[in-house]
Unconditional design. Structure first.
Length: 276
């Protein structure tokens, strides 16, 4: 072996060591499987583009963040629409974000989805993390199956929505008890038309988020279940909770920067668990 080749090999080895120095040791060679679950906000819908979508939504940035941290990322789910070129190239198109869907609709399909939507659709899905952002359409549609005439009180409406959410969370925990279920405190909601109930809607969002943070998630954790609240609302609000609509141009769906904010919040929550 020539001395030039010998020193070249040493230099290459040192560069490799330096290049991996910023990657957590536990991450090198590790695979993390993620199940994005929810409505149009999981899908990546937006009113600021002609086709009403931000390719990849928060999933694109989350994929980049995790791969840069040294992880191989597998997304699972039954839906492959609205992916970026990068996500398509790396077979990371899967999710279950369904525009317009409510808590009850997700709950009625999730068992089937998990049974048949493994990575690249090979068998069941066994995610390490389930990212759940849901309830926006329940509020917009003022949906309550117990009161189809929509004549219940606001307090009754909120109690019934909280009950449906509890049932969905318990279904996910039962189906995949080893997964870490990250439940979003959902993003602010206003009206894209003056006729819509902007103030009431966001009041209900904040009440729902308080339920998630102070009652739903603590009750799950008290039973030893792997459930964590993740505050996505704070990405679009003041410290006192007043909505900031700059990156929610229709007061419902993020723009591209808003989706990146969501990705970073999911990433921090995921990394906090992976580092334990």
């Amino acid at each position: 072996m020539s001395m030039r080749l010998f020193y070249g090999l040493i230099a290459a080895a040192l560069l490799a060591m330096i290049g991996s120095a910023n990657v957590p040791a536990a991450a090198v060679g590790k695979t993390v499987t993620i199940y994005p679950l929810g409505d149009s906000i999981t899908f990546g819908w937006s009113r600021v583009t002609k086709d009403h979508r931000i390719p990849g939504g928060y999933r694109a940035e989350l994929y980049t963040l995790l791969t840069h941290a040294g992880y191989t990322v597998h997304f699972v789910g039954s839906n492959t629409r609205n992916a970026t070129r990068t996500l398509k190239r790396h077979h990371a198109t899967q999710h279950d974000g369904w525009p317009g869907w409510r808590i009850d609709q997700i709950a009625s399909h999730v068992k089937q989805w998990l049974a048949h939507s493994g990575y690249r659709f090979k068998g069941p899905a066994y995610p390490n993390f389930i990212l759940l952002h849901i309830s926006t359409n329940d509020i917009i549609q003022h949906f309550d199956p117990k009161y189809p005439a929509k004549n219940e009180s606001e307090s009754q409406f909120m109690r019934d929505m909280e009950s449906r959410m509890t049932q969905l969370v318990q279904e996910l925990v039962t189906l995949r008890p080893k997964a870490h279920l990250l439940v979003a405190e959902v993003i602010p909601l206003g009206g894209w038309s003056p006729k819509l109930k902007s103030a009431l809607w966001n009041k209900e969002v904040r009440e729902f988020n308080a339920f998630v943070k102070t009652r739903l998630v603590p009750a799950c954790q008290a039973k030893g279940e792997r459930v964590t609240a993740v505050n996505q609302y704070a990405n679009f609000s003041t410290p006192t909770g007043k909505p900031i609509w700059k990156h929610l141009p229709d007061k419902c769906h993020p723009d591209s920067y808003g989706y990146r904010l969501m990705a970073h919040t999911w990433f921090k929550a995921i990394m906090a668990i992976l580092k334990k």
